[in-house]
Design a protein around this ligand. Structure first.
Ligand SMILES: CC(C)(COP(=O)(O)OP(=O)(O)OC[C@H]1O[C@@H](n2cnc3c(N)ncnc32)[C@H](O)[C@@H]1OP(=O)(O)O)[C@@H](O)C(=O)NCCC(=O)NCCS
Length: 150
């Protein structure tokens, strides 16, 4: 695998991030971009987002919100969105991004990170389990709430 790095979202990367592709059937599982944008607008200090690049360019994106005074407990420390380009899935990019996120949360003194996802085939459930998240509940909309302890 070529070297993976995290970079800030910038004018250089934003178009490639918007053009990240999905495999057929994955669209329904991806959190709308507007969630992450809303968090950034409401409380910039609590949001964290990074672009994952390798030697050939942008391969993924991850965004999260940490302790921004959310209305509901499970949104206090939460992975909003992760996506890896269809051509780059299955080679460790997602795990690299989640490990970076957990490391960031740890450095902010947090003891857990949550993720919400819709259960189902083609969805990210198996991935989240493999990278350390354990189901702890369900939202009122039927999404699974899973938690990674730090
Ligand atoms: C979910 C997603 C981010 C995973 O990224 P990825 O780069 O393909 O994952 P990795 O290659 O890092 O896989 C990490 C581990 O999860 C496992 N895994 C990944 N996808 C899996 C799947 N669909 N089924 C079973 N295991 C899976 C891998 O085998 C690997 O296990 P290992 O490290 O123990 O060998 C990617 O498939 C994606 O972008 N999906 C579409 C968007 C989406 O659904 N995002 C989540 C909701 S916001």
């Amino acid at each position: 695998m070529t070297d993976l790095r995290l970079v800030e979202l910038s004018a250089d990367t934003i178009v490639a991030v918007n053009n990240l592709s999905l495999k057929p059937g994955q669209e329904q599982f991806l959190a709308p971009v507007s969630y992450g944008i809303a968090a950034t607008v409401l409380d910039p200090a609590s949001t964290w987002q990074r672009v994952i690049v390798d030697d050939e360019g942008v391969v993924g994106f991850i965004s999260a919100s940490f302790g921004g005074g959310a209305d509901v407990d499970y949104l206090d420390s939460v992975l909003w969105r992760i996506n890896v380009d269809a051509d780059d899935q299955g080679r460790g990019v997602g795990r690299f991004a989640v490990e970076a996120l957990l490391s960031e949360a740890r450095s902010r003194g947090l003891d857990h990170v949550n993720v919400l996802y819709e259960p189902g085939e083609d969805g990210p459930e198996a991935f989240f389990h493999r990278v350390g998240f354990t189901p702890v509940g369900e939202t009122e909309y039927g999404d699974v709430i899973a938690e990674a302890r730090l």
